[in-house]
Design a protein around this ligand. Structure first.
Ligand code: THU
Length: 132
């Protein structure tokens, strides 16, 4: 059972650390791992605008560097502490580490990755070809 309030609180905390001088749009993301760990990240922008790292990139990096595991719940927030939707690229990142059942806090309530990224391209597409 996910404690959404503490996940949102962690996302708000890390949002305050964001480096977003170019967009002025700090983001914080926090994720619950299937072993109970909470991993988090903030966006990190760059003078080369195109190489900005989204908050979810930092979250996934902490997940993998901390030993891996499956994400079961993710909350992303803006500076006002409101739930925001992961961008398209980050939906793909989250899919890899949580799959269809991963739950995401959205402005429309809790939704699964299956809802946020229908007909996703995932690892099984590569397995399918490898095994053919
Ligand atoms: N951003 C994220 O960190 N995550 C998202 O899912 C949406 C966008 C960041 C990227 C950029 O630093 C800022 O928000 C404005 O796009």
């Amino acid at each position: 059972m996910t404690d959404w309030e503490s996940l949102r609180a962690r996302a708000r905390e890390v949002c305050a650390k964001a480096y977003a001088p170019y967009s002025g749009y700090p983001v914080g993301a926090a994720g619950l791992v299937d072993d109970g760990r909470v991993v988090a990240g903030c966006n990190v922008e760059n003078a080369g605008y195109g190489v900005a790292l989204c908050a979810e990139c930092g979250l996934v990096s902490e997940l993998v560097a901390g030993g891996g595991g499956r994400l079961v719940a993710v909350a992303c927030v803006n500076r006002l502490g409101e739930a925001i939707l992961p961008c398209g690229r980050c939906r793909q990142l989250l899919w890899e580490h949580g799959g269809a059942a991963l739950e995401v806090d959205t402005p429309l309530g809790i939704q699964t990755m299956a809802q946020l990224l229908p007909q996703a391209f995932g690892p099984e597409a590569l397995d399918h070809i490898r095994e053919a």
